[in-house]
Design a protein around this ligand. Structure first.
Ligand SMILES: Cc1cc2nc3c(=O)[nH]c(=O)nc-3n(C[C@H](O)[C@H](O)[C@H](O)COP(=O)(O)OP(=O)(O)OC[C@H]3O[C@@H](n4cnc5c(N)ncnc54)[C@H](O)[C@@H]3O)c2cc1C
Length: 486
């Protein structure tokens, strides 16, 4: 009998596991895959290591979420490097260098958008102060939306005056704020759309101002290259978890979660484990495949509604190449046509391993992960699959070749939503949390605590949302709630 069973080792799951083990809870963590980390996992081919999805680290600055988490767990941080250039954003006619330091970024704005630079800087200043207000609240790890009177009371205690000042922006979109500042420059708006789709999963019209503010500020708090890839962080957390006495079983997929006196979790290895609590780190839309009917009936999240909730899929290209990059920037976003949607290869991110990183590639070579947003539902028709895969690959590689000659390709592999569904166990290969529909979307966030006693959720489909940092926070919120629940 365990105190807690954690299903999945994404950023959410490993964080909950390690924190609970630190508090002395008897924990079992079950991972269906061969590798830890889910969307932030890795895999190896020939002498290269590839990052499956997530590549850019955040929250490693001095008071950042991961720094606090490592401190809490009594462990040291894996080696990370502050990026002075977060990324180069390539348009057909020019490249914008996205600097991490605010002052340098504002100089770049003056250079790139001389006519609108005053308004754009004021817009960013507003985003930074909104993000400060919101993050100082979120980093205190409140249960949002509150489920009990205790949560409401705690949320009020954690809120401060700064948060109140953000209230007028609660139902505004980023588009509305741009309108306020009279900003209409097509390239700047395409730049914002590219940044927002990569973090909030949507563009200026549908992006709630508060979420957008966090997305547009977070790199300026700290953007990091993690040696060996982001999976190194997941591995370090899992190692610490095991040192603290936690049990971890790989290649053991949970196929049923039901409740009798306690929770009973059954796996594909025909094992049934018993616990007082279950934390599900698979995405919310994937939980219905394992939840027992009796729980589904009382579960406040409805399966039908959840299936229809829009989310992106990822199309990825992994390459091991000779190092011919004549640039110091490790991350490159490409926007082919500013007027077209930021998906299906029209916008993509190319992340390269650092030239010094021997965990990722041999000397003189680089490991590359390229990713673009794609409609996940269109990848499940066998007939159209190969066509779509070849078309997207060609479109992306053709654009890259205009900027970088990718010579001597030693490895080239493709990932589609079908691949993500298979390796990360996310139904239909839906990744990156949910797509906000409008500025009111903040109100339809799911809380990590469910209405079913002892059943918890963490990961990018619950508050505070997508990204390694947010998922770690969701895991931390769950661990706190369980320990207070005792
Ligand atoms: C292409 C791409 C690029 C991204 N880039 C970035 C980036 O640069 N920076 C960043 O911070 N974020 C990025 N993200 C987002 C980030 O990767 C995710 O939001 C985050 O990693 C999700 O973590 P999670 O906790 O939701 O768990 P997941 O990653 O969903 O992992 C869940 C784990 O649970 C396991 N599991 C599921 N069901 C079961 C079951 N029934 N039994 C046992 N195990 C199960 C899965 O195998 C998996 O290992 C990116 C995402 C993608 C797809």
């Amino acid at each position: 009998m365990y105190d807690v069973i954690i299903v999945g080792t994404g950023f959410g799951g490993v964080t909950t596991s390690a924190l609970l083990a630190k508090k002395g809870y008897r924990t079992l963590t079950l991972e269906a895959a061969n590798e830890l980390g889910g969307c932030a996992g890795k895999f190896e081919r020939q002498s290269f290591r590839f990052q499956a999805g997530a590549t850019l680290g955040m929250g490693f600055e001095e008071d950042g979420v991961f720094s606090q988490l490592f401190h809490e767990l009594g462990m040291s941080s894996p080696p990370v490097h502050l990026l002075h250039t977060v990324m180069d954003v390539h348009f057909s006619e020019r490249t914008i260098r996205y600097y991490q330091q605010k002052e340098r970024w504002f100089e770049e704005i003056a250079l790139q958008f001389p006519k609108d630079s005053g308004a754009i800087v004021r817009f960013f200043e507003e985003m930074f102060s909104l993000a400060d207000a919101l993050l100082s609240f979120i980093y205190k790890r409140p249960m949002i939306p509150p489920k009990t009177m205790k949560h409401i009371f705690e949320a009020i205690q954690k809120a401060d005056r700064k948060l109140l000042s953000a209230a007028p922006f609660l139902f505004q979109s980023i588009a509305k704020r741009l309108q306020h500042y009279g900003i209409r420059d097509e390239t700047f708006i395409a730049f914002l759309n590219g940044q927002l789709v990569d973090s909030v999963q949507t563009t200026i019209e549908r992006c709630p101002a508060l979420l957008g503010a966090v997305a547009l500020s977070i790199f300026h708090r700290g953007a990091f290259y993690v040696e060996g890839g982001l999976a190194t962080v997941v591995h370090a957390l899992a190692e610490r978890y095991k040192q603290l006495g936690g049990a971890l079983r790989m290649r053991e997929k949970v196929i049923s979660i039901r409740k009798e006196h306690h929770w009973l979790v059954t796996t594909n290895r025909k094992q049934t484990y018993e616990a007082k609590h279950v934390v599900f780190n698979g995405s919310v839309h994937s939980i219905f495949a394992v939840l027992d009917d009796s729980i589904k009936r009382t579960f406040s999240i409805r399966e039908e509604k959840e299936k229809k909730r829009p989310a992106w899929g990822a199309f990825t290209i992994y390459m091991g190449v000779d190092d011919n990059f004549q640039t110091d920037s490790l991350y490159h976003q490409f926007i082919i046509d500013k007027t077209k949607p930021m998906s299906e290869g029209n916008q993509f991110l190319l992340s390269t391993s650092a030239p010094f990183d021997r965990q990722m590639a041999p000397l003189g070579k680089r490991s590359i992960t390229i990713s673009t947003h794609t409609d996940p539902l269109r990848w499940w028709e066998r007939d159209a699959y190969d066509n779509k895969k070849n078309m997207l690959t060609q479109r992306i590689l053709q654009r890259i070749h205009e900027t970088f000659p990718l010579t001597n390709v030693h490895v080239e592999l493709i990932g589609t939503p079908v691949t993500f569904a298979r390796f990360t166990h996310r139904a239909f290969g839906k990744v990156g949390g949910y797509i906000p529909n409008d500025p009111f979307s903040l109100l339809s966030t799911y809380a990590p605590q469910t209405n079913v006693e002892g059943l918890w959720l963490c990961g990018d489909t619950v508050f505070p949302g997508a990204g390694s940092l947010s998922c770690a926070l969701s895991g931390w919120i769950v661990a706190n709630a369980i320990t207070m629940d005792k």
